[in-house]
Design a protein around this ligand. Structure first.
Ligand SMILES: *Cc1c(COP(=O)(O)O)cnc(C)c1O
Length: 229
């Protein structure tokens, strides 16, 4: 089943790239494996997948220890400041930075480890009460402050689109995030590039690709429905 899911999604990614006149290599598939057992991740690994997304610190730490060490782990969930230390040297990228205080905690732990952390700024594009993320109008200001932290590189923006029946309804939000990245990219500052747009999940990744996504985060479409979260 897993093999078939990967093949189907791969075909849809390719088709969306073709429609948008984009190259397949411009889009990275992050296999979101939260709540799924390591055996299933190992199966995905054996099929060739090396990029996994998780939303809980404890779960990344556990799975990191139990799976091969050439996996790239992406932290895509809300992150508490006091837990940064557990994943700072395990996560390839942290997608969910939405405050200066969190960025400062990442800076501190990255400095201790002598590394530079790659992060994305999470933007609440649709301004939903229930979602984390900085408001779009505040993103530029936050990034300017974060850019002063020497052990952090801001690589782009991330968003979680509203839950909708018809994924077309999210096209406008994907487009807004891309436009925001273009605007922010024009104010060149140190340690900041806007090369990554992390947007699109199982329901809407094809639309997100058409609108410029460079990372899509697909969970249930690959691994099946989750019982929780
Ligand atoms: C769970 C999750 C996903 C994947 O969601 P699916 O709808 O299962 O593809 C993507 N991004 C984030 C931040 C998530 O928490």
């Amino acid at each position: 089943m897993l093999k078939k899911n990967f093949e189907e999604i791969e075909a849809k990614i390719q088709a969306a790239c073709d429609r948008a006149g984009r190259k397949r290599e411009e889009v990275t598939l992050i296999a979101v494996s939260k709540t799924k057992p390591v055996e299933l991740l190992q199966e995905a690994y054996d099929l060739g997948n090396r990029i996994f997304g998780e939303n809980k610190v404890q779960e990344i730490a556990d799975k990191y220890d139990r799976l091969p060490n050439d996996i790239s782990w992406h932290m895509i969930g809300h992150l508490q400041r006091n837990k940064v230390k557990y994943i700072i040297d395990k996560a390839e990228m942290i997608h969910s930075v939405d405050s200066l205080r969190l960025a400062e905690a990442i800076e501190k732990e990255a400095e201790k480890k002598g590394i530079t952390a790659d992060i994305l700024i999470q933007v609440n594009v649709a301004k939903e009460d229930t979602k984390f993320g900085v408001m779009p109008e505040d993103a530029g200001g936050l990034i300017l402050q974060v850019s002063k932290l020497p052990h952090i590189r801001v690589r782009g923006l991330m968003m979680i689109a509203p839950f909708v029946e018809n994924p077309e309804e999210n096209r406008i939000y994907f487009r807004r995030l891309r436009n925001l990245a273009v605007d922010i990219g024009e104010n060149k500052s140190d340690n900041v590039t806007m090369s990554v747009l992390s947007m699109g999940m199982t329901n809407d990744y094809e639309i997100a690709i058409e609108e410029g996504a460079t990372m899509i985060r697909v969970g249930s479409g690959l691994f099946g429905a989750r019982n929780y979260r």
